[in-house]
Ligand binder design. Structure first.
Ligand SMILES: [Fe+2]
Length: 178
């Protein structure tokens, strides 16, 4: 990993570190919700590998979310910790979106999580082992999620295009076959 050995000054929880944790928690909550919606999608079994990924990543990202919120609440000790969930989620709503759009949002948010965790690891390496260990684990899980979503958006799309060429319609390729 690029950040190993790059210990930086650390003088306790900073506003910047807290903002990174909030960003990571928000991403985890949203990706968990999207994976959960994908599991319920009627089309999911038409995309190879998507059901297994969605089931695994939904559970892992929900666990990541709770772990990061615990960190945030420790930072905010003495303050109102019940507002963390509302602060994290903000005004975000999933709404109804096509499968392809959900996958593109997932790819973007997994990449954003990976970026946030890399920074958190850089800041806490050698200084706050609890946050570092949690973030390092979450980083690796989300790198795997991102890689698998990438695979599905490329190989899965190609597979769907093949089906479409063979006469099997599929929402996943709408817009590409026009
Ligand atoms: Fe994830």
């Amino acid at each position: 990993m690029g950040f190993i050995g790059r210990q930086q000054e650390y003088d306790g929880p900073s506003a910047y570190l807290l903002s990174l944790l909030l960003a990571a928690a928000r991403n985890e909550l949203i990706t968990s919700a999207i994976y959960s919606q994908l599991v319920k999608s009627a089309d999911i079994e038409r995309i190879p590998g998507l059901l297994g990924l969605s089931q695994m990543a939904c559970s892992e990202d929900r666990d990541h979310y709770h772990g990061i919120v615990e960190c945030i609440d420790r930072f905010k000790a003495g303050q109102d910790s019940h507002s963390t969930h509302a602060t994290v989620l903000g005004s975000w709503q999933l709404g109804s979106q096509k499968l392809e759009n959900l996958l593109r949002v997932l790819r973007q948010m997994e990449a954003s999580s990976v970026k946030a965790y890399r920074e958190i690891c850089q800041i806490t390496l050698g200084c706050d082992y609890r946050i570092f260990d949690l973030s390092y684990r979450n980083l690796n899980n989300n790198m795997e999620h991102q890689s698998k979503v990438d695979d599905i958006l490329t190989k899965g799309l190609l597979h769907s295009l093949t089906l479409a060429r063979e006469g099997c319609s599929n929402d996943f390729v709408e817009g590409y076959m026009a």
